[in-house]
Design a protein around this ligand. Structure first.
Ligand SMILES: [Zn+2]
Length: 149
């Protein structure tokens, strides 16, 4: 058994070509192989989605801990925190719009949909629409990737 130096998949000793398109004899990935192309885009898709999810949950986490801090803070520091909270909220809304925009463009969604998602993103409850929307987009992209191959 040999582990592929490109993707780490364990291949039988007799294998000439890994599923990811790595050629053991030539010692490199053969880009012409359709398996290699699909593997690459599938992985790139997961990477983009994970980046989006990581960014989103980091924002939620920071937001929640800030709220907790303001609730626990002494009365005299409440007003300072309020000003900081407004700045932080605007900052995070900006990042969320960026994340939605980035994944939406990556998925090659129509421009009107990207704009709609970016417009909805900063609103307190409506942000769930672009959040779910782009994740469905990833799912559809992956499905068409597999059926198209
Ligand atoms: Zn491989």
């Amino acid at each position: 058994m040999t582990a592929c130096p490109h993707c780490g998949l364990v291949n039988p000793e007799t294998a000439k070509l890994c599923d990811c398109g790595y050629d053991f004899d030539r010692g490199r990935v053969i880009s012409e192989s359709p398996a290699a192309k699909q593997w690459a885009s599938d992985r790139a898709l997961s990477k983009e989605r994970n980046f989006f999810l990581l960014g989103f949950f980091t924002l939620v986490g920071v937001n929640l801990s800030f709220r907790l801090i303001s609730v626990l803070a002494a009365a005299e520091t409440q007003e300072d925190l309020l000003g900081l909270g407004v700045i932080l909220t605007l900052f995070f809304k900006g990042i969320f719009i960026y994340l939605v925009f980035r994944l939406s463009r990556y998925l090659r969604q129509p421009l009107w949909l990207t704009i709609l998602f970016c417009v909805l993103a900063p609103f307190s409850l409506l942000y769930l629409i672009p959040f779910v929307g782009v994740l469905i987009g990833v799912r559809n992209a992956r499905r068409s990737l597999h059926s198209g191959a």
